[in-house]
Design a protein around this ligand. Structure first.
Ligand SMILES: [Zn+2]
Length: 365
């Protein structure tokens, strides 16, 4: 892996960013070691890429996480510049032996320690989870900032894994666009439409003070018809994920293809689009079954349906499952399907249709 910081023979740390290229060429005479694994590293000073240290071929370094690229090195330098501008104390690539991790930057704000990770390469969800937990274990916060690979228009599962939640920003994540020297916040991230699309707002650092939640229009009749049709077709194909739910509907005298319109939402927190409809049907049946639902019962519902949610390693799962349920119930409250008394909801009833065709007729009226 490539890195900005290494130790010389006197155990002094040397940061490539603090020297000019001619100075670094002179420093190339010395021997350097990796602060994490203590193996020798070489100082590379080319003409275009940010000068850096690199392990020799075949060296296995336990702190090596990225097949680091020019983007990653330049991004780290850029984040350092931003910290300086904000007058935040920080250090590059501090090796933390207790967890064998080396964040790209480590910020110190009073007693708080915040690791910045600029992620440019692919990472598995378990790995992301383990590294995040590593920081939490020693009482550090971590902020993941995503590189070019994650900045495509079409979102993949890997993008979702980095989602975080804050009241004022909704679902959000950070992107660093190195080519523009710009740190961006993607916020109020939501899913809409079928096939699923991800929508979000983008703010630069100077706009952060003025963030307001976006107004999202309700689903059109065409979109409602489309989603209902998809559900109907899937039922026709006896899709296994629908069978059990259809049975649960049947026991209540309903038909899944006649799902009430309240289960189709224009935009929702990031969640598999089809799962949204199905999860809402489950929640609706749950409310009907119990008549009145408490927060504790909602928690139980979340726990039972945990598999319907994405795995979001950066978020307290218990919290966000519940958040999802509460938001859905608030939507239903506006439609008169439930009423709320403090933290208890009372089921009032929803309009189920006899089958898909009855629903279609009602929609086209
Ligand atoms: Zn090493």
């Amino acid at each position: 892996m490539k890195m900005l910081v290494a130790q010389n023979a006197q155990q002094k740390y040397l940061n490539c960013l603090t020297y000019s290229r001619p100075q670094l060429r002179q420093l190339q005479q010395q021997a350097y070691t990796c602060p994490a694994c203590q193996q020798p590293v070489m100082l590379k000073v080319g003409t275009t890429m940010q000068p850096h240290f690199a392990h020799f071929a075949g060296a296995a370094c336990h702190a090596a996480t990225e097949g680091e690229t020019a983007e990653h090195l330049a991004g780290k330098a850029l984040l350092g510049q931003l910290c300086r501008r904000w007058q935040v104390t920080f250090a590059y690539e501090v090796y933390l032996p207790a967890i064998q991790q080396r964040p790209d930057l480590l910020l110190s704000i009073g007693h708080r320690r915040i690791a910045l990770e600029f992620q440019c390469s692919p990472i598995t969800v378990p790995r992301l989870q383990a590294r995040t937990q590593g920081y939490h274990q020693i009482g550090y916060q971590v902020i993941w900032i995503l590189g070019q690979r994650y900045q495509r228009q079409q979102w993949r599962q890997s993008n979702h894994a980095f989602l975080q939640y804050a009241l004022k920003w909704g679902w959000y994540q950070w992107h660093l666009v190195v080519a523009r020297s710009e740190l961006r916040l993607l916020h109020h991230i939501a899913h809409s439409g079928y096939p699923q699309q991800t929508s979000f707002q983008v703010s630069t650092l100077s706009q952060l003070q003025h963030i307001t939640p976006p107004q999202r229009p309700p689903l059109s009749v065409a979109a409602l018809l489309n989603e209902s049709r998809q559900l109907y077709y899937k039922l026709g194909q006896a899709a296994p994920e629908l069978q059990q739910l259809q049975q649960a509907c049947y026991l209540k005298g309903h038909h899944l293809a006649g799902t009430p319109l309240c289960c189709h939402q224009a935009s929702m927190p990031p969640l598999n689009r089809r799962a949204i409809v199905l999860l809402q049907v489950r929640l609706l049946l749950f409310c009907e079954q119990l008549g009145q639902v408490t927060l504790a019962q909602l928690r139980q519902f979340c726990w039972q349906n945990a598999r319907a949610f994405y795995c979001l390693p950066l978020v307290d799962e218990q919290f966000w499952y519940l958040q999802w349920c509460v938001q859905t119930l608030k939507n239903w409250q506006r439609q008169g399907i439930v009423t709320a008394q403090e933290t208890e909801w009372h089921y009032q009833g929803a309009q189920w249709y006899g089958d898909y065709f009855a629903k279609q007729r009602a929609l086209l009226k």
